[in-house]
Write a protein that binds this ligand. Structure first.
Ligand code: SF4
Length: 209
């Protein structure tokens, strides 16, 4: 991948992590622009746009300024799909500043980078993911759309270690999707599947970014 001098960024902001096992943890988010998918249920369509170009140093500077008033230890690289761009330098700079780094990826791309927490979210209908994530993902997040079935959950449960939770995340906390998530959890339990959990988007409930 060629080393580009700039990265396309949608926003850099401080908040609490609203999803997954890191839920509630103070985090500075770097939302990178662009996505290789076009999920019909996408709640971050603004990330499909081009964004603003910044150098890795400029992004780090924004993160450090946010840290002055919100001294979070974690940075989350999200999108869009953050692994579409060459983030090696940014990751290096963040590590030098002793940040812990989470990446949220749709799992279609893989980069061997020193992430501290890897959240993958394979998307319907094929739920593809790059093979290295089988061992490396800390959590597998599945948006509960009409396409998500017990069959898919079984297949993913078999593919990933039992220690890696499969998180069923209702689509934008919508009631039909919460109800479907609960049904799927019951069906998973009845099928003997372990470590299948509900994950609500707490930032949306609390009106955070
Ligand atoms: S992968 Fe994520 S950011 Fe990309 S279109 Fe799907 S939901 Fe949106």
């Amino acid at each position: 991948m060629p080393q580009l001098p700039t990265l396309r960024v949608i926003e850099v902001f401080a908040s609490l992590q609203g999803e997954g096992l890191r839920q509630g943890d103070p985090t500075i988010f770097i939302r990178l622009a662009g996505c290789n998918l076009r999920c019909p249920f996408c709640d971050t369509r603004r990330a499909w746009r081009n964004g603003q170009e910044y150098s890795a140093e400029q992004i780090l500077d924004k993160v450090k300024r946010l840290r002055e008033r919100f001294p979070a230890r974690w940075v989350c690289l999200t999108g869009g799909e953050p692994l579409l761009q060459d983030i090696r330098k940014l990751v290096r700079l963040l590590k030098k500043e002793k940040f812990k780094i989470q990446v949220e990826t749709n799992a279609t791309r893989y980069e061997s980078l020193p992430f501290d927490w890897i959240t993958i979210s394979p998307k319907p209908k094929r739920y593809v993911y790059a093979p290295p994530y089988r061992k490396l993902a800390n959590e597998v997040k599945l948006v509960v759309t009409k396409d998500l079935t017990l069959q898919t959950i079984k297949k993913l449960r078999r593919a990933f270690s039992g220690k890696t939770p499969l998180l069923l995340q209702p689509q934008s906390n919508r009631p039909w999707s919460v109800a479907r998530a609960l049904e799927l959890i019951e069906e998973s339990l009845a099928a003997g599947l372990e470590n299948i959990r509900l994950s609500l988007q707490v930032h949306k409930i609390l009106g955070l970014r």
